[in-house]
Design a protein around this ligand. Sequence first.
Ligand SMILES: *[C@@H]1O[C@H](CO)[C@@H](O)[C@H](O)[C@H]1NC(C)=O
Ligand SMILES: *[C@@H]1O[C@H](CO)[C@@H](O)[C@H](O)[C@H]1NC(C)=O
Ligand SMILES: *[C@@H]1O[C@H](CO)[C@@H](O)[C@H](O)[C@H]1NC(C)=O
Ligand SMILES: *[C@@H]1O[C@H](CO)[C@@H](O)[C@H](O)[C@H]1NC(C)=O
Ligand SMILES: *[C@@H]1O[C@H](CO)[C@@H](O)[C@H](O)[C@H]1NC(C)=O
Length: 184
Amino acid sequence: MSSSNFLIVSLALLLVIALSFIPNFASASVKEETALLKWKASLQIPNNSQLLSSWTPLPMNSSAMAPCSWFGISCNADGNIYRLNLTSSKLKGTLNQFPFSILHDVTDFNLSVNNFFGRIPPEIGLLSKLVYLNLSDNQFSGVIPPEISQLVNLVELGLSKNLLEGSIPPTIVNQFEKSIPNTE
Ligand SMILES: *[C@@H]1O[C@H](CO)[C@@H](O)[C@H](O)[C@H]1NC(C)=O
Ligand SMILES: *[C@@H]1O[C@H](CO)[C@@H](O)[C@H](O)[C@H]1NC(C)=O
Ligand SMILES: *[C@@H]1O[C@H](CO)[C@@H](O)[C@H](O)[C@H]1NC(C)=O
Ligand SMILES: *[C@@H]1O[C@H](CO)[C@@H](O)[C@H](O)[C@H]1NC(C)=O
Ligand SMILES: *[C@@H]1O[C@H](CO)[C@@H](O)[C@H](O)[C@H]1NC(C)=O
């Protein structure tokens, strides 16, 4: 093969690879958007709150990316959500409809200082990339799900000021101790 043919073949191959990513990219965010809107619909949001007013579907022709441009949401370079920060947003509701199985790239999850109630669903264990989880200052009740020990990357956990029973699984506590420098 001459070098110019090789170049053309390489470029064509690159194009095919690049194009193959586009539909995945779009469908990932549409899936996240749909799932989060379903969760939002289950919440009681104060009438005067503007906080989640950005949480609406964007028109198809919009160049902005929903849900990456929504309040409290940050996306990585692949267009997947890695941070959800809805602290102090006066939100009331449960995590029962929260799309744990879809938001698998989330590393930072902050729901502290709201009025969330009910159980912490065992599906929390599906957020396997979580580094930071703060559910403090809500009305979560019931036992802390043992599945929380599946969060092997977790470095900071806030569960205080809730109505939770039981204790944090010891495996997770060990993990924090390991992550704190200068303790040995
Ligand atoms: C919010 O608005 C709805 C419909 O307009 C009304 O039924 C409800 O009572 C309002 N809630 C509060 C807390 O004002
Ligand atoms: C998208 O389409 C709507 C109506 O179909 C139009 O009003 C709006 O200006 C368009 N937006 C952009 C960013 O092109
Ligand atoms: C989370 O949101 C709060 C309030 O909106 C803000 O003060 C805080 O800096 C945010 N955290 C991050 C990591 O962006
Ligand atoms: C989470 O929210 C709490 C309370 O508003 C704030 O102190 C903390 O910095 C936030 N952390 C992150 C990582 O967003
Ligand atoms: C979690 O949020 C609370 C606010 O209720 C804040 O005081 C605490 O520092 C946060 N915990 C972590 C680990 O960031």
